[in-house]
Design a protein around this ligand. Structure first.
Ligand SMILES: [Zn+2]
Length: 292
């Protein structure tokens, strides 16, 4: 973007649409849907030292240009709603970041793999979704690490070193631990409060009004909420209509999980299918002639 325009956008002197249009002149077209939101910009995050994102808590890295938004979904995967959300994103050629809960990731590995296959970024959001600010330090660390190990087990490969605290509540211990692990921490700029609202229209309204004020931001939603699944097609259309541009977050390197927590997950999911065991049972097990 031209520096004078950038300055004008940053200082709020220019109208949002102009800023957004200029910010993403190179946005790739959405094949099959001319009105699709698409991805205007992909950013790669070097998570060394646990950088924090989302101005509700962390204000050090202001990487979004005026008019840019990031879509994030927490608490999944759940087959029905996560798949509805994947369909809406695919219809708009849109990419998002998912923060799954570990126990659901190992429970629904096939859904998690669909998220990855569609090109979205996957981080983690603890194993049991407990409030880490209230937990003893040792348990908080275990929840974080078992979350990443479970997501890796469900996905079949290590995912992004991106973490969001349940209820957006951190502690000194969790921040210190994440720093030693080089895991980026995500809060939010635009909280949709979709878990409190039944009406899809109200969710869209809440997000768009907050965006009008801030002009950009990381949007927090939940892929386990039926109202969010219903709202998303409307929200993506509204974002496109108002000229907002979508930024896709990716990680420079995958997360390095810790062996003893990987083992802890293996021990607790005995009997569940391995993530990469995609061969149909008929090709693994077949009936042969019984020897008398
Ligand atoms: Zn959550």
């Amino acid at each position: 973007m031209h520096s004078a325009i950038r300055l004008a956008c940053a200082s709020g002197l220019a109208i949002l649409a102009s800023c957004a249009d200029l910010a993403s002149a190179s946005a790739a077209p959405c094949v099959g849907n001319a009105q699709g939101l698409g991805v205007a910009r992909t950013v790669e995050i070097d998570t060394t030292g646990a950088p924090g994102f989302g101005f509700e808590h962390y204000k050090s890295h202001d990487f979004l240009e005026a008019g840019e938004v990031v879509l994030t979904f927490d608490d999944g995967p759940l087959p029905s709603h996560t798949r509805t959300i994947l369909k809406a994103l695919a219809d708009h050629c849109a990419k998002a970041t998912f923060f799954p809960v570990g126990k659901l990731a190992v429970g629904y590995p096939e859904v998690l793999r669909e998220v990855l296959k569609a090109g979205h970024t996957v981080g983690a959001h603890t194993f049991n979704h407990i409030d880490l600010a209230k937990a003893k330090d040792e348990l908080a660390v275990e929840e974080i690490e078992r979350g990443f190990s479970a997501v890796k087990r469900g996905a079949g490969l290590p995912t992004a070193p991106f973490f969001r605290h349940p209820f957006l509540r951190h502690s000194k211990a969790t921040l210190e631990h994440l720093a030693t692990r080089n895991i980026a921490i995500f809060s939010t700029d635009i909280d949709s409060f979709d878990f409190k609202v039944q009406s899809p229209e109200k969710i869209v309204d809440t997000v768009m009004k907050k965006l009008e004020k801030s002009g950009k931001g990381i949007i927090l939603m939940h892929d386990i909420q039926p109202s969010t699944a219903k709202a998303l097609p409307m929200l993506l259309t509204s974002l496109k209509g108002k000229g907002y541009k979508l930024v896709h977050l990716t990680a420079k390197d995958p997360v390095a999980t810790i062996a003893r927590f990987d083992q802890s997950i293996e021990d607790s999911v005995k009997g569940l299918p391995a993530a990469l065991d995609t061969r149909p049972t008929s090709s693994v097990v077949k009936t042969v002639k019984t020897t008398p």
